[in-house]
Ligand binder design. Structure first.
Ligand SMILES: [Zn+2]
Length: 313
C-alpha cells in the first residue's frame, strides 16, 4: 500500500474536526486516551471476533434487536466483515464502533481511531448506512479509507504536538520508536507520519525480512507499506517498491531481531542524477521497518567510478 496525499481542502476539513475533538478534551498531553474521545463523542465500543463466528453473529443480532432494527439486512454486514476481513467498522445509526478483538491491542487502537474519524466525517456516513447498497467496494473505497487514516493519524498524534516533537528529531528508527512510545502508538504508524512530515526526500518501507522471503512473499509487491515524503514523490517517482526492496535486501544482514541495516545507499532521481541516502532498517520478529533519508547529491565522477549508477533501478 502506498501513502496518498489528500487534497489540501479535504485535509483541512478533517483537521478541523480533529481540532474540535482535541479542544473538547482540553488539548490533552500524549498519549491520547480513546475512552475520553468516546465519552466526548458519545460513541459506544463493542468487540467481535472474526475467528469466532458465534460472537460475530451475536454482535450483529444484538445491534439488530437493540431498539428498532438498525440494519435492514444484517446478513450483508456479516458477509462484508468476513469477506473484506474487516478489522473494525462503524455503525452510524447506533454510534457504535465494532472492533475485532483478535487484532493486537496497538492495532485495535489505530482501528478504533480510524472508525472515530468515519463517525466525524459527515460524508462518510452513507457508506456504512447503505443497507442494500452496502457493498465491499464502498466499504473499501480507497479515498474514504485514506481520509480516515489521515484523520486517525492526526488524532492519535495530537496534530501539532507530533509535528513539534518530530521536527526536532532525526528520522532514525530509534527516535521514531521513542516518539511512538510517548504517544502510545505503534512504530509503524509513527514511521508513516514521520516520513510524510519530512521536508526532504524520505522513504519508509514496511516489509517482510528482506533476507527471509518465504511464505506469502510476493516479489512483484514486496512492500506492505511504501511511504514517500512529498519531496521524494516529486523527485524520485521512478523508485518503486521492487527497486527499494532490492536495495534494502542488498544492505541487510540475516539477524532475526534488531537493526539489520545501517548504511549509505545511492538512488537515482527522475533526471538520472545520483543521490546518497541514509538507510536504517530494523526487524522486530514480525516485520522489517526501513527508512531512507536524503543526505547529499553524489558527484557524477564519484558515482561512475564507484559503479553506483545502477543501484537505484
Ligand atoms: Zn474505514
Amino acid at each position: 500500500m502506498r501513502n496518498l496525499y489528500l487534497r489540501k481542502t479535504t485535509a483541512a476539513e478533517i483537521d478541523e474536526q480533529v481540532r474540535k475533538v482535541l479542544k473538547g478534551l482540553g488539548n490533552p498531553r500524549p498519549p491520547l486516551r480513546l475512552s475520553d474521545v468516546r465519552e466526548l463523542l458519545k460513541l459506544d465500543r463493542q468487540y467481535y471476533s472474526k475467528d469466532a463466528d458465534g460472537i460475530l453473529r451475536e454482535t450483529i443480532s444484538r445491534l439488530k434487536v437493540a431498539g428498532k432494527q438498525i440494519l435492514r439486512r444484517p446478513a450483508l454486514l456479516l458477509e462484508a466483515i468476513r469477506k473484506a476481513e474487516l478489522k473494525a467498522l462503524y455503525v452510524p445509526d447506533r454510534k457504535i464502533i465494532l472492533i475485532d478483538q483478535t487484532e493486537p491491542e496497538i492495532k485495535q487502537r489505530w482501528n478504533e481511531s480510524h472508525e472515530v474519524i468515519h463517525s466525524l466525517l459527515e460524508w462518510h456516513g452513507p457508506v456504512m448506512l447503505g443497507d442494500d447498497k452496502l457493498t465491499l467496494n464502498l466499504v473499501c473505497h480507497d479515498q474514504i479509507e485514506a481520509e480516515a487514516n489521515y484523520g486517525a493519524g492526526r488524532l492519535l498524534f495530537l496534530q501539532g504536538e507530533f509535528e513539534r516533537v518530530a521536527r526536532d528529531s532525526k528520522c532514525t528508527l530509534e527516535e521514531i520508536r521513542a516518539i511512538g512510545g510517548a504517544f502510545g502508538n505503534s512504530i509503524t504508524s509513527t514511521l508513516w507520519r514521520f516520513v510524510e512530515l519530512m521536508l526532504e526526500p524520505a522513504l519508509g518501507v514496511v516489509s517482510q525480512h528482506p533476507r527471509y522471503t518465504d511464505g506469502k512473499f510476493d516479489p512483484n509487491d514486496p512492500c506492505r507499506y511504501f511511504i514517500r515524503s512529498s519531496a521524494f514523490l516529486g523527485r524520485f517517482s521512478n523508485v518503486d517498491e521492487t527497486a527499494a526492496f532490492a536495495l534494502l535486501r542488498s544492505k541487510s544482514n540475516w539477524r532475526k531481531y534488531g537493526p539489520i541495516a545501517d548504511d549509505e545507499v545511492v538512488l537515482r532521481d527522475d533526471n538520472g542524477e545520483s543521490h546518497v541516502f541514509q538507510l536504517d532498517a530494523f526487524h522486530n520478529h514480525h516485520e522489517t521497518l526501513a527508512v531512507f533519508v536524503y543526505k547529499r547529491a553524489l558527484s557524477k565522477k564519484v558515482a561512475v567510478a564507484a559503479g553506483l549508477e545502477i543501484s537505484a533501478k
